[in-house]
Design a protein. Structure first.
Length: 279
């Protein structure tokens, strides 16, 4: 059991400690959740006012729930997809993503993300495992990855979904063709992992290996509630790596840095290496 510290929390003490840990490391894992992309304008789902309040995950994040909503209320599914995907298509990497990419100049970095937004790669990170898949890749019904989906075709899809008040199932299916569909060779869908589905491979296996072998583990902008990805910080801790947590909400880490990722990550790199990561 972890014993809570009796000392008052000091951000600057924690920053100095985290900077020392980072400076000494050779293999760093950065594990990210929806919070890393919040400052790019993509809302998290679980925070107050998040998507799950209006669109419960048992209906909108499971294959069965989505199929039921599509048949019973195509307009509602169109509203969900517009709310969920619209902000992703307009988003650009923020200083948090850029600082993680810049960390590669100093140490070996493996990024493990639960996000589907492609922003780590867009920021320049070269070793990214997307354990919950990606909005920007399609796969066949046998799990074979079929290739990229362009931002333009997704933006066109979202515009069609917003277009009219009355949406029939057939119209919804037509609009969704860039993502979901059936061809003579079988069906295809985005690689996004829904609740109850196995995590994306080989990303999940590579992510667990990286958590076991790293010497420092940064956990950024994740509530730690989505299993099994949420067990990675414990995997790293059990293998002997310190866990640095970054989140505006207090959490349980070896070292905790309270604040938004877009400010805290550049501060951390500057404290560790003596230069702004963003120049
Ligand atoms: P989550 O469980 O990862 O929780 C979000 C966390 O981000 C919370 O702990 C919150 O305190 C923290 N946060 C909020 N603003 C932050 C900031 N500026 N800096 C750092 N941390 C911040 O995510 P969720 O929203 O419950 O999402 C559930 C699942 O859906 C996850 O797999 C998530 O990755 C995915 N999702 C992905 C995206 C995306 O691709 N950008 C967006 C929403 C949800």
């Amino acid at each position: 059991m972890r014993v809570p510290s009796l000392l008052p929390y000091s951000f600057s003490d924690s920053l100095a400690k985290a900077a020392r840990l980072l400076r000494r490391s050779r293999q760093v894992v950065v594990f990210t959740g929806a919070g890393i992309s919040a400052e790019s304008g993509i809302p998290t789902f679980r925070d107050a006012g998040g998507l799950w309040e209006a669109f419960p995950p048992n209906q909108f994040a499971t294959p069965e729930g989505l199929a039921e909503v599509a048949m019973a209320s195509p307009r509602r599914l169109a509203d969900f997809l517009t709310a969920a995907f619209g902000p992703l298509l307009a988003a650009r990497p923020n200083p948090g993503h850029l600082a993680i990419a810049a960390l590669e100049k100093r140490v070996n970095v493996t990024v493990i993300t639960q996000n589907i937004d492609n922003l780590h790669t867009a920021a320049g990170s070269s070793n990214v495992h997307e354990v919950h898949g990606s909005l920007f890749r399609r796969m066949s019904d046998t799990g074979k990855v079929l290739g990229p989906i362009s931002t333009e075709s997704l933006a066109e899809m979202v515009a069609k979904l917003q277009d009219t008040k009355d949406v029939s199932f057939a119209r919804l299916a037509r609009a969704l063709r860039p993502l979901w569909g059936i061809t003579r060779r079988g069906s295809y869908r985005p690689t996004i992992v829904l609740f109850g589905e196995p995590l994306a491979e080989p990303d999940w296996t590579l992510a667990r290996n990286a958590a076991t072998t790293c010497d420092c583990f940064l956990s950024v902008g994740t509530s730690g509630e989505v299993m099994p990805a949420a067990m990675l910080p414990s995997v790293a801790r059990s293998a002997g790596a310190p866990v640095i947590g970054i989140n505006p909400k207090r959490g349980d880490s070896s070292v905790f840095l309270q604040g938004p990722a877009g400010t805290v990550l550049p501060n951390l790199l500057e404290a560790a290496f003596g230069e702004s990561p963003l120049v």
